[in-house]
Structures are given as C-alpha cells and as structure tokens.
Design a protein around this ligand. Structure first.
Ligand code: 13P
Ligand code: SF4
Length: 302
C-alpha cells in the first residue's frame, strides 16, 4: 500500500496534467480535504463548480453533489471517485412522488433541498441548501411550500417564515440520531461550551443548541466567536477543518457516532484512480439537467 504523502504527490501531478480541480465536502476524510482546492459546504461547492476554470472536476462528496456540479458545469468532466458514495436522504423522495404531491397542493411552491436527485430538482421550483433554506423559502411568492426531503430542515425553516411549510418525511441517518440526552451529556462533560448544530437535527435537539448553521457556517462561527469551547452537532469530518482553521479553539463532537459512511468512502487512491482513468464520470441527461439547472440557478441568484 502506498503511503498518503506519495499518493498526494501523485494526485497533485495528475491534477496539473488533467487541468482538474478537486472539490471536497467538509465531511471528507482529513487526507482528502488536504488535497482539495476548495473544501466547503454544499452551497460553496455548488458555487465553486459553477465558477471555476479547468476541464475536470473531481468531486469528493456524495452523488447529488457531483450531479449538481454536472448540471452547473455541463462542459466539464465531473468525476465522483467513489461511485457508491450516495446520500440515503436524497433517495427519500422521487420525482413521481413529488408530482403526486403537487396535484394535492396545486398552489404550493416546491422547494427542494440540494440533497435530492437531478430528477427531483427538475420537478422543483427552487433549490436550497442548509446555508440558505430560510432565505429561499421566504423568497418564493407562494404562501404554501412543499419542502423536500428533510423533515427536520423543513421544520427548522418553518420557525422563520409566515408561510405554511409542508415538510416531507425524509431525514438524515446521521443527524436524526442525535438526542437531547446527547446534548445533556456533552454539556455536562464541557460546561460552558457553546452548542452548535446542523439544521438536519431534530427540533428537540435544535431547541437545546446555542446556534444552528450549515457545516461551513459552523466553521465561521467558531472562527469569529469570542468563546473558546464548542460542542459540534454535525458529522465528525468537520473537526479536521475546525482544528486547522481555528487554532486556540477546542471543539468536541456532540457524538463520536456521527459518521456518514458514504462521505468516508472516498480515499486518496480513489481520487488518484479517477484522475488516471477519468472515471467514474457523472452525467445528467440535458432534458433533465436544463430543468434542474433552473431550480439551482434561481437559488444561486438570490
Ligand atoms: P452542508 O451543506 O451544511 O455542508 O450539509 C450537507 C450535508 O449533507 C449535511 O449532512
Ligand atoms: Fe446525506 Fe446525512 Fe450523509 Fe449528509 S450526512 S450526505 S445528509 S446521509
């Protein structure tokens, strides 16, 4: 087995040769985050995919993220190094189910979380991420909003709008597992620490947090806050960025069990192989991509 630094050197060489950029989500393995051009949350990575030069995008994340990049940059070769890295929540709503829901709520806008398939985005009026969900819902003209697929994010958004939000029944297997008992335990272990959680957490966990934000929102908060101790209620991959970018701050996981197995599937060897073979490539049929792009670009324009 090659060691990490040899693989990293090989990747940097191949990246130049392929005129590639590497995007990594905040939950990726530390060594994968370290070779990325941009590490960020879903919104930052979508913006980077739309704006960056280069011929190839190596997307170290999960399927819907690479699909979003392929929709926004159809002229580029978009690679998902671990082809089985998927987001189970994105599979919790289908385009057929959404069409059916629209029939029952003809006057409602459909807001889809970015954690959805291209087919679902194509059926939606506008997309959102955890960083801008409240803003997006408040920006649509309809008074009723079908929000897919995360019920927790949907309920969180409902706190900040006068609109009627109809949350779907989906959830994240990682964030939905946190309980108020986890918060109580972490606070007991670290009295005085600020509790930061992701909006994919259950309402009763959100109620016990000091601050709610996207993954990059959590990093920004820790960087700028005057406090020095934080309990972090999101996937533990974020702790790597926090330790690199927030020296002098102490961050503790709300639960050590908060691991997204799909986000951990991408290894340096996968990234190297993807750059050698230009596979696995993610493409979206243009008919679907054009409709999905409308929903994503409406979000990016806000
Ligand atoms: P962020 O957009 O906040 O990074 O969240 C993505 C995600 O999958 C959270 O589980
Ligand atoms: Fe999907 Fe949850 Fe993993 Fe994010 S952490 S990719 S929402 S399963």
């Amino acid at each position: 087995m090659q060691d990490a630094s040899m693989l990293q050197d090989e990747i940097l060489h191949l990246k130049k040769k392929r005129n590639a950029i590497i995007l990594a989500h905040n939950y990726q393995r530390p060594e994968v985050q370290d070779i990325a051009d941009v590490t960020g949350d879903s919104l930052e990575l979508a913006r980077a995919a739309a704006a960056m030069d280069g011929d190839v995008i190596v997307f170290c994340g999960v399927d819907f993220m690479a699909e979003t990049a392929a929709i926004l940059a159809p002229e580029k070769t978009v690679l998902l190094p671990a082809i089985d890295a998927c987001c189970p929540m994105a599979g919790m709503v289908t385009a057929d189910e959404l069409r059916f829901a629209r029939v029952h709520h003809p006057g409602a806008a459909v807001v889809c979380y970015v954690n959805t398939t291209a087919d679902v985005k194509a059926e939606s009026d506008i997309c959102c991420t955890s960083a801008n969900a409240v803003k997006v819902v408040n920006a649509v003209s309809e008074d009723e909003v079908i929000f897919v697929p995360d019920k927790n994010l949907g309920q969180y958004v409902a706190r900040f709008t006068k609109k009627t939000v109809l949350p779907w029944e989906g959830f994240c297997l990682v964030h939905d597992r946190y309980t108020p008992a986890d918060v109580a335990r972490a606070k007991q272990a670290h009295p005085g620490a600020v509790v930061l959680v992701h909006p994919e957490c259950r309402p009763e966990v959100i109620d016990r947090a000091d601050h709610v934000a996207s993954t990059s929102g959590i990093v920004s908060h820790v960087k700028t806050a005057p406090e020095t101790e934080f309990i972090i209620g999101t996937e533990i991959g974020i702790l790597h960025r926090l330790s690199k970018e927030c020296p002098g701050k102490h961050c503790y996981p709300l639960s050590e069990k908060a691991v997204c197995v799909n986000m951990k599937k991408t290894t340096l060897a996968h990234v190297r192989d993807a750059l050698v073979t230009l596979r696995p490539r993610i493409t979206v049929p243009e008919e679907t991509a054009a409709r999905a792009r409308r929903a994503i670009e409406r979000m990016l324009a806000l």
